[in-house]
Design a binder for this molecule. Structure first.
Ligand code: GLC
Ligand code: CA
Length: 516
């Protein structure tokens, strides 16, 4: 386990929308470099940058055309190497986004693979034996290539699946995962990783990490074997590099060698019940909503088996949001967000803050851009100050990658920095606390102290500290086993002897009170 991960607080940057320094309306590497001090000051000491490679951008860059070359619109490879350097000078680690499951249909490998003549890349993708032979149970395309075959897709039409083989095979065009062609795909991906690690990147967030071997078993063991092999390379040659998976199944991901796995927003899962449970019938049942409709037990029933079963292998990553998920401000107000972030930044594992969530940027209802569809509303320009385009860019407003939040009360870093009580300053206080107390960091123990069906508060221990969360608009109380004192609070929390009284919408971190 890379040591730095234990105290890491990540900041996810969607590079298109962060900071534009050459006035072309789209964010760039220089723009990220310019804001590294801001990120550091926020208390984030690690970055994840969404794919910034050469791409036709039919899926915002998740359709990679060249794994080793950055997209011109962000700058040059040298600019990105400089970003690594500048980040390292400030103690910030940088993860790039690795997209191992598919490429763009314009990638050089695919252009070779689709040729009728057999060549080195013929088996780099998944092809059937005939133009009319489809792939049952998987999306595929026919009629687009000279080659007499159909090819499999991994996501959009523009994203042909790379060939890591099939575990259960039912046709002769399906290769075994240990076929030399499939091993070659794995080795090519390792070569891509080495390229960026050798240039100073600190690891990868791995896109659709569970999608490699097709017709895998229910434990995804063949896909897991590939990641174990990759992890061996990291342990041997890059022991400080981290890999964090988009898998959302820590039992599978962490046992396959990932250092951390995202707890993603899937309807009805534990994370969803905390913050985005508004798709189930009967209103919003999120635990973190102040109307108190939620139930912490629904979270714990899902989370505890995941945590208990994987804590010896790696970390679970809580997120405020990501580029695929509606921003939490869509349904939570500033005060609700403070308590939500209080919870996410004190739970075990490696937390991620999505750019702009630290000021409560809105989810906007806007038309799709670069394959974003309903995700586009979470990808709008960062709101820095009250100058033109909220300080994101000095290009004319109609030339921006996406529109800036037009509301009069659109939050900005500038305004919130001045207000000691703002969401931004609360996030800073919380990250500071996490860095200060070893017990709040990724690997410290977690134990539930008070959690009752449809009741508040939720109280848990991290090492010797106690964290108490009352998101509801009602008073709540609990008893503790010994005397504690407050080290941090949001709202109002009182402790009398060993009893804890929490005002509506409050949060506290407590430590054992030593008698003096
Ligand atoms: C992941 C990414 C998403 C992308 C998809 C295909 O889910 O987070 O943005 O569209 O994979 O690469
Ligand atoms: Ca730019």
């Amino acid at each position: 386990m890379p040591k730095w991960l234990n105290d890491a607080v990540f900041y996810e940057i969607y590079p298109q929308s962060f900071n534009d320094t050459n006035s072309d309306g789209i964010g760039d590497f220089n723009g990220i470099i310019e804001k590294l001090d801001y990120i550091k000051d926020l208390g984030c000491n690690a970055l994840w940058i969404n794919p910034c490679y050469d791409s036709p951008f039919k899926d915002a860059g998740y359709d990679v055309r060249d794994y080793k070359k950055v997209a011109d619109r962000y700058g040059t490879n040298e600019d990105l190497y400089r970003l690594f350097d500048e980040a390292h000078k400030r103690g910030i680690h940088v993860l790039l986004d690795l997209v191992p499951g598919h490429t763009s249909e314009e990638h050089a490998w695919f252009l070779e693979s689709k040729k009728a003549e057999k060549n080195e890349y013929s088996d780099r993708y998944v092809w059937t034996n005939g133009w009319i032979e489809g792939i049952a149970g998987h999306p595929y395309i026919g009629g687009e290539a000279d080659r007499n075959g159909c090819y499999m897709l991994n996501f959009f039409k523009c994203q042909p699946a790379l060939n890591y083989g099939f575990l259960k095979r039912t046709a002769d065009w399906q290769k075994a995962p240990d076929d030399p062609a499939c091993i070659a795909t794995r080795e090519a991906m390792k070569d891509v990783m080495r390229f960026w690690l050798d240039h100073g990147c600190d690891g990868f967030r791995v896109d659709m990490a569970d999608s490699l071997v097709k017709e895998d078993d229910e434990n995804k063991s063949a896909t897991g074997a590939i990641w174990k092999n990759i992890r061996e390379m990291l342990d041997k040659d890059y022991p400080e590099a981290a890999i964090i998976s988009e898998w959302s199944n820590p039992h599978q991901a962490l046992k396959s060698g990932f250092h951390a796995d995202f707890y993603l927003d899937h309807r009805g899962n534990g994370y969803n019940t905390l913050i985005r449970d508004y798709e189930t019938e009967g209103g919003d049942h999120s635990f973190l909503k102040k109307d108190g409709n939620g139930d912490i037990i629904r979270f714990l029933n899902d989370y505890l088996p995941k945590y208990d079963g994987t804590k010896d292998y790696g970390f679970i990553s809580f997120i405020t949001c990501n580029h695929d998920t509606p921003r939490p401000r869509r349904t939570l107000d500033y005060h609700e967000l403070k308590i939500a972030y209080g919870l996410f930044l004190t739970l075990p594992g490696v937390p991620f803050i999505y750019y702009g969530d630290e000021i409560g940027m809105r989810y906007l209802d806007i038309p799709t851009k670069e394959g974003g569809y309903t995700r586009t509303g979470s990808r709008t320009p960062m709101q820095w100050d009250n100058s033109a385009n909220k300080g994101f860019s000095s290009a004319p407003a109609d030339k921006l990658y996406l529109p800036v939040d037009p509301s009069l009360d659109a939050p900005t870093v500038e305004d919130q920095a001045k207000d000691p009580d703002s969401l931004l300053n609360t996030v800073k206080a919380l990250t500071k606390l996490r860095h200060e107390y070893r017990d709040l960091q990724a690997d410290s123990s977690f134990e539930v102290v008070y959690a009752e069906k449809e009741e508040f508060p939720f109280v848990f221990k991290r090492g010797d500290l106690v964290v108490a969360v009352n998101p509801s608009d009602k008073k709540a109380s609990a008893s503790l086993s010994k005397k504690y004192q407050k080290v941090y609070e949001i709202g109002q929390v009182e402790i009398h002897e060993a009893s804890l009284k929490m005002q509506p919408q409050s949060f506290a971190v407590l430590k054992y009170k030593l008698l003096n």
